[in-house]
Design a protein around this ligand. Structure first.
Ligand SMILES: [Zn+2]
Length: 310
């Protein structure tokens, strides 16, 4: 175990938030707002006669309001009240381990008795457990489970709440690669690329090849065309290494090359399997496909010869 893990574990069982009374006792106006917001028409919450008819002594608060009675209000969230709580210290320690994001995963409430107007509820919170590090879809993190204990004015437990959150390091998400601007003239080329076929547009009349795709043959002016599949062999005609500005969809420094295909046309593509410093004009290259997204495949080129990891 690491020192950080030991320190986290040492918190298990400790009090995170000392017992604190709610600002107001259980009261009818707050119950009324709650049931209106929740559209809960159960009459035992507001109608004394209906509550008595149900066997109760009078109206009761909805059980799920228990947390509401101890909420501190908006002001407390923007004006910290001095000393940090154990909870604040624990959150800081988790952040030290890189677990800077949080998502609530589940909450289990247990109710011991119904609350009635006049009850004054307090709450305390302690740490029940911290899991080992887990990999999740959101990122790697730890499940942190706390227990909130709700008590009435005499200290009797009225409810408990087991509250589990995942504190995690956000997974790095690569930004999506910029989309090509598709139009009726170039769509065939990108559709072929999705099938990992590098095609070259060919004039149906004079048979000259051209790239990038266009509606009209620059040699003879014909609008008729078909395409041929490239062998994938070529060489670096020229290139640049882009250091800045950085785009989150790409690794930098980024080699952007003009590749001259064996068939004679040129295209712009990234290079793979080669350090930017090792790229050279004239370098023989071969086609390799990259699939940045399920719906986007693009040709890239690596130096010809045995494949090396770079
Ligand atoms: Zn032509």
């Amino acid at each position: 175990m690491t020192g950080h893990e030991d320190r986290l574990r040492s918190w298990v069982g400790r009090e995170l938030v000392a017992r604190r009374a709610g600002q107001d006792p259980v009261n009818v106006p707050m119950i009324r707002h709650w049931v209106e917001a929740m559209q809960d028409a159960n009459p035992v919450y507001l109608d004394e006669d209906a509550a008595r008819a149900s066997g109760r002594a009078g109206i009761v608060a909805p059980a799920s309001m228990v947390q509401a009675w101890t909420m501190r209000g908006y002001a407390a969230t923007v004006t910290p009240d001095g000393t940090p709580s154990g909870f604040d210290e624990l959150v800081a320690m988790l952040a030290e381990g890189g677990y800077t994001s949080v998502v609530a995963t589940d909450s289990e409430l247990e109710f011991h008795r119904e609350l009635v107007p006049g009850d004054h509820v307090s709450v305390e919170e302690r740490l029940e457990s911290i899991s080992a590090e887990k990999r999740t879809g959101l990122g790697t993190g730890r499940f942190v489970t706390t227990i909130k204990t709700y008590r009435d004015a005499s200290g009797e437990v009225v409810a408990t709440q087991r509250w589990r959150t995942l504190r995690f390091r956000p997974a790095e998400r690569r930004a999506p690669r910029p989309r090509p601007a598709l139009n009726p003239d170039n769509a065939f080329w990108f559709e072929a690329a999705r099938e990992h076929r590098l095609v070259i547009q060919r004039c149906a009349d004079c048979k000259s090849l051209r790239h990038p795709p266009g509606p009209c043959c620059p040699q003879c002016g014909s609008f008729d065309w078909d395409s041929v599949e490239a062998s994938g062999a070529g060489h670096v005609h020229t290139y640049v290494v882009s250091h800045h500005p950085r785009h989150p969809a790409f690794d930098h420094p980024l080699v952007v090359a003009v590749i001259e295909l064996a068939e004679g046309t040129r295209l712009i593509a990234n290079m793979t399997g080669v350090a930017p410093a090792d790229v050279a004009i004239g370098m023989p290259v071969v086609l390799e496909w990259i699939d940045p997204d399920p719906d986007l495949s693009l040709p890239a080129f690596r130096p010809a010869g045995p494949k090396k990891d770079a």
